[in-house]
Design a protein around this ligand. Structure first.
Ligand code: NAP
Length: 304
């Protein structure tokens, strides 16, 4: 096993993690980001971000790439390794991956969150066979076809808008009649001829043999069910954190989020948390970036 040293190990290279790396490097500390998948986190799947201050429009991919280039340009390192555990040794923190142990002075956990599944039978089997959690990644496979989007948050609204420009018909299925996402985006969808709102409804069944062919939807009030033929289903019902590997060091709430306030401190000195993986009421690019800055500055100050 290789041993590597750094001032700061950042677990996760999403918006929070990469912002933390920028601030740490500018504070004169060496930061290494550990990332299991690709840099950028969830925002990489957003086709068009319209609410980051100073940028009227930017694709999530361009935003994430610019952030990565900025962190790299300042000397931060990104390693594609999944952090498996944290331990303490002689006043240092040690973050382990499958092949390396990183000895450092502070750790920022910025693991973000992963897509929440519906939990229906056949859901896993149909991934890549009509079921997707990423409209920008897979939308083009459904050009001219009929799809459904499930969810009522910003992701579902953005996905529906993106797919409406590609697909013949988009059913937007949401379990309530009010949306959690921005009203402006709901209004845009109402003006699209090929978007059909299916509200107060939940998906009860996925039908098809080799791939998804139809979904069975139940009305919340009448309990009546109807079958909608679809070529694809985009599931956008929110995210779940993935922090259990670190619960010994950072207390989790009932939903699995790391309990921390706006100062991004966990209960363990030298271990901070930033972005969507921590308890917070607003999970946006802006708040993820803010957390990254706060956590990195706090960690760097404690090293001096
Ligand atoms: P979200 O805001 O948590 O919304 C999840 C939606 O899925 C909610 O409408 C929820 O319904 C519904 N839902 C949850 N569990 C469900 C289930 N089991 N069955 C059916 N429906 C279910 O998630 P998100 O849209 O992925 O957004 C996550 C965060 O990222 C949010 O803070 C969002 O604002 C942010 N975001 C920002 C941007 C942007 O800034 N451009 C883009 C995308 C996302 P209820 O409403 O009834 O709870």
């Amino acid at each position: 096993m290789e041993t590597k040293q750094a001032d700061l190990i950042i677990i996760g290279a999403g918006t929070a993690g990469m912002t933390a790396a920028i601030y740490a490097q500018r504070a004169g500390k060496q930061a290494i980001m550990l990332e299991a998948l690709s840099y950028g986190g969830q925002i990489i799947n957003s086709p068009d971000v319209e609410n980051y201050p100073g940028m009227a429009h930017v694709s999530g991919f361009d935003f994430a790439t610019a952030l990565y280039e900025q962190a790299k340009g300042l000397g931060a390192e990104l390693r594609f390794e999944k952090a498996l555990s944290i331990e303490e040794r002689g006043g240092f923190k040690v973050v382990r991956t499958a092949k390396t142990e990183y000895v450092c002075r502070a750790v920022i956990i910025a693991t973000g969150a992963k897509n929440r599944p519906l939990g229906l039978e056949k859901e896993q089997a149909f991934i890549g066979r009509g079921i997707s959690y990423c409209a920008t990644c897979d939308g083009m496979f459904y050009r001219g076809k009929v799809v459904a989007v499930n969810g009522g948050g910003n992701t579902a609204l953005e996905d529906a808008a993106y797919l409406a420009d590609i697909c013949e018909t988009v059913y937007l299925i949401h379990r309530r009649d009010a949306f959690r996402g921005d009203e402006r985006d709901v209004e845009k969808l109402r003006n699209k001829q090929n978007v059909i709102f299916v509200l107060n409804s939940t998906i009860k069944e996925l039908q098809g043999e080799d791939r998804i062919r139809a979904i069975v939807v139940e009305d919340k009030f009448t309990k009546e069910t109807s079958t909608i033929d679809v070529d694809g289903l985009f599931i956008a019902i929110g995210q779940m954190p993935d922090n259990t590997a670190f619960e010994e060091w950072a207390e989790l709430d009932a939903g699995g989020y790391i309990i921390a306030g706006e100062d991004c401190r966990t209960g363990t000195p030298g271990i901070y948390t930033a972005g969507d993986c921590r308890t917070k009421s607003v999970r946006q690019l802006t708040t993820a970036a803010a957390d990254g800055a706060i956590a990195a500055l706090a960690a760097c100050q404690e090293m001096d």
